[in-house]
Design a protein around this ligand. Sequence first.
Ligand SMILES: [Mg+2]
Length: 222
Amino acid sequence: MFDMDGTLLDLAFDDLIWNQKLPERHATTHQCSLEQSHAILHAFYQEHKHTLSWYSSDYWTSKVGVNVLALQYEFQDRIQPRQGCFELLEQLKAQGYKCWLMTNADCASLKLKLENVDLRPYFEVIISSEEIGYSKEFVEFWQIVQQQHPFEPRQAFLIDDTVPVLKGAANFGIENLITILQPSTLKAAKNALEMEYPAILNLTELLPYLDQYQKELDAKTA
Ligand SMILES: [Mg+2]
């Protein structure tokens, strides 16, 4: 199970939109200073962090008076895969792994991202938390997904750059949790020793984890 933004795709695009372009557009629209826009938007971000509203383009459009989806379309050429993305997906496909894409991006943003980086051929299930009614941080998200697409949590791997999401998945019973050292190329990579979960830089670094898990499974059943 893969997260999209910051995991398979470079979060630099989202950083650009939310931290730079939206404040600029907000300041122009409301004729205030860029500093004021940053302060207003920062307060909104803090208030809604990790909720479904936070991930909704419609919500932000109504809340801040800037068409956030149109803004994303304007800069869509900046949507890029993270390092090792397609190499990993090709390998997993060749090895017969079933890959699911689980994103907190709303359906409209998901569509835009997939139009620019076509991940669809590699995934048998693609889910936006908007369809589920809970963001991935909540155990309810995983319960509803499991009702719709039965899976064994202990046999699943989740790769996600957001720690509260990994915690939500852990509460549900997913044990194999991996995080990302550099979700955005606009920011420095984090230190693996300071991470709460095993962390990878290039996505292909996932493969040894899967091999190790398979070996342990084989040893148990031998
Ligand atoms: Mg993410």
